[in-house]
Design a protein around this ligand. Sequence first.
Ligand code: BGC
Length: 512
Amino acid sequence: MSVIMATATSLAVGSIRSRRSTSGVTRFKMAVRSSSISVAVAPMLTKLQQDCATPLPVLRSVADSMSADMRAGLAVDGGSDLKMILSYVDSLPTGDEKGLFYALDLGGTNFRVLKVQLGGKDERVISTESEQLSIPQELMSATSEELFDFIASVLENFAQKGGNFNLPPGRKGEIGFTFSFPVKQTSIDSGILIKWTKGFAVSGTAGKDVVACLNEAMDRKGIDMRVSALVNDAVATLAGARYWDDDVMVAVILGTGTNACYVERMDAIPKLQGDFSPSRRTIVNLEWGAFRKGLPLTVFDRDMDAASINPGEQANSKFNLSMLTPISLIFEKTISGMYLGEIARRALMYMAEEGSLFGKSVPEKLSLPFVLRTPDLSAMQQDTTDDLQTVGSVLYDVAGVESDLNSRKIVLEVCNTFVKRAGRLAGAGIVGILQKIEEDTKGAIFGKRTVVAMDGGLYERYSQYRRYLKEAVAELIVPETSRNIVIEHSKDGSGIGAALLAATNSKYERNL
Ligand code: BGC
């Protein structure tokens, strides 16, 4: 590690903390204890803050590059880091949708199954029943059949429970399948998995149609249902939010992973072949996790990327479909929930080893990848006690770290540095999208109320993250215009959105 210089100078003097035994941690380098933590660590922190800084010119350049990459990806497949995937969602929900529809939502750590009864313009969403399960860890690296058999059995149990609403006799259950991984969509109800993200490493799915995988699993169980819409979670969120508000133009997911999509004019998509739909508009899925231009990165990001199951250089090298070019996912790794805790852990580990952040010994547990999670960062940042008790107990519970007030303050600074960078970069990305639409159609975005629908646990539950994101948007857009931009949490837009898209694409002529 060369980026941050350690400056520990004098030998250990007494610590105000109780010390943990160092037995069992001999494989760790014993750092020289400086006379004060801050003497050794302060320059490291300063360097980290400099490396992560996102002043206005950096934000501006990220927003501009995002717009430029969007154009390049719309021109031709493989034209940029952004895949600009055509969703085949050409007609958005109108409010007229009626009947009972299912939604399956496989996206991150959780899997959800929903049943939604739609009642048309007057009654809208009459009822929603749902069940949520954590994806068992072992299934994240199982075989494709095992994963899809699990999904099918959860669906089967759920559907058998009955409930207040049922399908009319003779009618098959129709499913909106929210599948939140990069998929090359081949129609509204089929698409090929480009690669797994978010820690999934299921064998035998990449390069296959995920709807076919689900259909085969349903056949194995004798479930008589069909997928009528395959959608990304960002796309489902946009559809769900648009159902309530015609001004929604963009949707962004900030959760375990991250992504964005928006409503585009078909004549602004050079790579689009075939007839335009009557609406002449479609939703485009950026897969913006793969964006990488002008991001302020640190050695910790690079090390984490290199150690990940999908490092930039190697991703997808075994597939040769034209869409399947390497994905570095650096934007995702810099701004999304799966990674923020891990980047912070790496920085803290470095400070512990090279700057004696936690005293003489380096806490063994802190060396475990992903032991510090983004919700831990959020919990620590909500701490309002004078002696930062929550920070202390999170550090102890999660990483076995005994800390004093000084080290807790530094830990908070480290968390804040990465969260600030993440929120501000996400904000710049959103402005990049708005800018692109505005450049094509003057006034379509900035001249009127425009809503960006947000979803995902990171956005929902990390207040500092939200604040940094909104601050960056406000810095980048002039005040008269930014008043028109509404960044709104669309709770559970994605579940209802998928059911709505199942209805919009129902094979039955009239929804019941
Ligand atoms: C996936 C996207 C998804 C996003 C948010 C990313 O890892 O590649 O398809 O929309 O996570 O769930």
